[in-house]
Ligand binder design. Structure first.
Ligand code: SF4
Length: 367
């Protein structure tokens, strides 16, 4: 089994990213070195016993410890609120397990599957919707563990996209990623490999020439990053995204709408602009907070989310606008829940609200 800290360093750049992991918070006991009050520390230690803690040094260094409401801190430092489960929250908020025909694979939509090469991450986010799986399963990568999933993909010609998720696939060493990539590439009906990762956000030193080399081949590769706040967009993150772009990866970003982190028009506007203009990463989805346990204090209402994206739509160009979605429980998929601009319709006549708030008539003309 490959564990993050034990992964062999294969080149100088790899040594750097593994050092960044080792120098950060890796265990509950490391929380004692952080500038927390006695009460905060006790709560953090208790919460970390339920959902693992890991914070690479570069991400830890982004925290402003003078600000108790710091948006970076809110995403990674365990807190007492996490221990409060609210009725309606779920262990498996989007139905991964119900659609898992073989271990380490979820097949919810005909043309694509989720593949879980590891249940470990470079950073453990407090809002994670898979936190129960990461805690309950928690296993790292072995080639044997993936065999049933790879055989399933090979046996299902309708699968066009394989989505590596987890856990964080880019927390694996290059050798393991190259092995996985080669096996998937050999399945002729697979066209696209998608990689969902927080690594460019929390551990950008991991994006090395050796890593992108491992992703070169027949398959189109899309990397879906998970930036949630403009403060996460650093020089190192910019360099990591440039490396991936230059290697031909299509870069998209999914954010989670989080109360106290990015639930203002200003925060989302700056995030989306910096993603597109500085990183060359298209803002793709803005997720309404999933029903993960202990996260009520970070969820907004859907109405608040709709008001935010409506204001964003008026401020940002189309390419900078993400789609506001809810990933429905029981495997219903990602469904857009943004505001509707259609006010009324009668036959071919529509009443549609413009970005300036004015309602205009639009009459369909078809041949
Ligand atoms: S990196 Fe992704 S899977 Fe891992 S804890 Fe964060 S949100 Fe969850």
């Amino acid at each position: 089994m490959t564990n993050l800290e034990d992964a062999p360093a294969t080149d100088i750049a790899d040594t750097t990213w593994q050092d960044d992991v080792r120098a950060g918070v890796r265990h509950v006991r490391d929380l004692a070195s952080l500038p927390l009050s006695l009460g905060e520390r006790a709560a953090a230690q208790e919460a970390a016993a339920h959902h693992k803690v890991r914070i690479p040094k570069p991400y830890l260094d982004l925290i402003d410890w003078n600000d108790p409401a710091d948006p970076i801190r809110a995403q990674v430092i365990p807190s007492a609120e996490e221990l409060v489960a609210t009725e309606g929250e779920l262990d498996d908020p989007i139905g991964d397990h119900a659609y898992s025909p073989v271990p380490r694979l979820t097949h919810r939509h005909a043309d694509r599957v989720l593949l879980f090469p590891t249940y470990q991450c470079a950073v453990y986010c407090r809002f994670c919707f898979r936190k129960e799986s990461l805690t309950a399963i928690g296993r790292g990568y072995t080639s044997e563990a993936l065999e049933p999933a790879l055989a399933y993909i090979a046996d299902h010609p309708e699968i066009r996209e394989v989505i590596l998720t987890g856990g964080d696939p880019l927390s694996l060493p290059d050798k393991a990623l190259a092995e996985i990539f080669t096996r998937i590439e050999a399945i002729p009906h697979v066209r696209l490999l998608r990689i969902h990762t927080r690594v460019p956000v929390a551990l950008p030193s991991r994006i090395t020439p050796g890593l992108v080399e491992a992703l070169q081949g027949r398959l189109m590769v899309s990397v879906v990053t998970h930036f949630n706040h403009a403060r996460e967009i650093t020089d190192a993150a910019e360099a990591a995204c440039r490396t991936m772009r230059q290697a031909g990866c299509v870069l998209l970003n999914q954010s989670v709408l989080l109360k106290g982190v990015n639930d203002s028009v200003e925060a989302l506007e700056e995030l989306c602009r910096e993603l597109m203009y500085r990183l060359g990463v298209k803002p793709y989805y803005l997720h309404h907070g999933d029903l993960a346990r202990g996260m009520a204090h970070r969820r907004t209402t859907i109405r608040q989310g709709q008001a935010l994206v409506e204001a964003l739509r008026a401020r940002l160009s189309g390419i900078c606008n993400p789609t506001y979605v809810i990933d429905l429980p029981d495997g219903g998929g990602k469904v857009p829940v943004g505001p509707c601009h259609v006010e009324a319709r009668e036959g071919e006549s529509w009443r549609i609200r413009g970005l300036d708030g004015e309602v205009r008539d639009y009459t369909e003309v078809v041949g």
